[in-house]
Write a protein that binds this ligand. Structure first.
Ligand code: SF4
Length: 487
């Protein structure tokens, strides 16, 4: 998934990027990187990468001295979430020419293999990583280099964005620094990944501009007029303080539903709609399926479903309790790169409270079920305290199809709801007495149009034929493992 933030024109730039990256930490804990430009040089720092997961957090990845050395008036910070690409490549990446370009992104390029081959055989650029931002960077730099030989214009930057959009298939929200010229941000033609912009008056005569994956980061740094870039839009903020924007190419808008249901922070928003209100509405829509249940308590599976569970408890008139306490120092399990890490992290993360469980009839509320391993583990932890009944309500529909756009479930075999498995079968595997999913028609009604729900419906907003080959090739080991463990 990844989180990105880019700023131009701010004082104490590296500290602001550092704080913004911490606000985006939920979006990735696999690596962290920052690059700044001071008018003469680019300065780069990759976050510490080690076996200990805690070292990958933003706050542990930069020392005071690192931040002091990251001088400049414009820069980009990035937190990485592991997807199909191999290795912990800390972004942003950089090329020298033209002008020096640094780039970071959030997304996944579906036609990665074909593009990489083209770049290496036709453009003769060697790709040094397996990270798809390197393709975007090479393509953009190649196009801009050809165009600016007789001088730089903003129009040429937008033409180069158009050049790469004509070749890329998939999801990508990108922020780039172009040395001495300015900062560029753009979203893919379907707008699958989020990207927002804000502005702030630094002095009477100077404004700074910032771009980030979530409102939370811009809001925390005091930016105002925060708004979403449109799908297919590019914005260029130049070093003289001027902002230029252009719709480059637009397909059908398809912002990732998982952002609103689970991924982005509760204080962030979904295309202008507060996540808190959205999640409440999603949870309320489950109530008609649940009124017949005789319940003692409603519990969230903390933290992301807290708001939904509270709202659903109110709606049902059932007491809300924290029957599972979350260890506040634990990391998010879903974004752990391997299943074994996810299971261990979960055991350390949630503590069941006997007083609310023993002999009680409980409704657990979840935002979503992907692999089902978290849910099974949670239910078995609760069952250890002898509840009378355990039900589960999920305020999104079953995820039956893989995601090729950068959320880490590109392999159908890993999904608990894959194929034609029934809800009763899933309930049995998770170990609950009853399982209730959001109805797809309610989900669509609440979200409205312009939303990707491909993992729920199988209707992908782009061509994904190349993705399946790519995933098979990259994930051969993982697929074998998943098939071996298929429930
Ligand atoms: S397939 Fe699902 S997770 Fe992936 S972008 Fe679409 S809605 Fe989001």
């Amino acid at each position: 998934m990844c989180g990105i933030i880019g700023i131009i024109g701010a004082d104490s730039l590296s500290y602001k990027l550092f704080l913004g990256m911490q606000k985006l930490q939920d979006r990735g804990q696999d690596a962290a990187g920052m690059i700044t430009y001071n008018g003469r040089n680019f300065h780069f720092h990759r976050g510490s990468v080690g076996e200990d997961e805690s070292e990958l957090l933003v706050k542990n990845s930069f020392t005071h001295r690192d931040l002091e050395n990251l001088t400049g008036f414009m820069g980009i910070g990035h937190v990485r979430y592991p997807t199909v690409g191999a290795g912990r490549i800390a972004q942003p990446l950089y090329v020298d020419s033209p002008y020096g370009i640094a780039m970071g992104h959030n997304g996944n390029i579906v036609n990665y293999l074909q593009l990489r081959e083209n770049i290496e055989t036709k453009l003769l650029h060697k790709c040094n990583t397996d990270c798809d931002i390197e393709l975007i960077l090479h393509l953009f730099a190649h196009s801009l280099d050809r165009r600016v030989r007789d001088g730089f214009t903003v129009e040429k930057v937008f033409q180069s964005v158009d050049d790469i959009m004509s070749q890329l298939i998939g999801s990508y929200s990108v922020v780039a620094l172009i040395g001495d010229k300015g900062i560029l941000a753009f979203r893919d033609p379907n707008g699958i990944k989020p990207l927002l912009m804000g502005e702030k008056r630094e002095t009477r005569s100077r404004k700074s501009y910032a771009f980030a994956s979530e409102r939370s980061a811009l809001y925390a740094l005091g930016y105002e007029n925060i708004h979403w870039l449109k799908h297919g839009e590019a914005v260029f903020a130049d070093t003289d303080g001027n902002v230029h924007s252009r719709i480059i190419r637009q397909g059908e808008e398809a912002l990732c539903e998982f952002e609103g249901t689970y991924f982005s922070r509760p204080e962030s928003d979904f295309n202008g709609r507060p996540n808190i209100l959205l999640r409440k509405e999603l949870a309320r829509a489950l109530a008609p399926q649940l009124r017949h249940l005789d319940l003692d308590y409603v519990f969230p599976v903390p933290d992301t479903s807290n708001i939904g569970a509270l709202e659903l408890a109110r709606e049902l008139g059932v007491p809300f309790e924290f029957g599972l306490i979350r260890d506040k120092y634990a990391t998010r399990t879903f974004i752990m790169p391997l299943q074994e890490y996810r299971e261990l992290a979960l055991e350390l993360k949630l503590i069941p409270i006997r007083e609310f469980i023993e002999g009680k009839k409980i409704l657990l509320v979840e935002d979503s079920i992907v692999r089902g391993t978290t849910s099974s583990k949670v239910v078995s932890m609760i069952r250890a305290f002898n509840p009378k009944k355990v039900y589960m309500a999920v305020y999104s529909p079953p995820r039956r199809f893989p995601c090729f756009y950068g959320i880490d479930f590109p392999v159908e075999e890993e999904l608990i709801a894959r194929g034609d498995i029934s809800i009763d079968q899933i309930a049995e595997r998770i170990g609950v007495d009853g399982l209730f999913f959001q109805k797809i028609e309610d989900h669509k009604r609440i979200y409205g149009v312009g939303v990707c729900m491909a993992c729920l419906t199988g209707e992908y907003p782009t061509d994904v034929s190349a993705a399946r080959e790519f995933v098979e090739q990259r994930m051969a080991d993982r697929i074998t493992k998943a098939r071996g463990h298929a429930i």
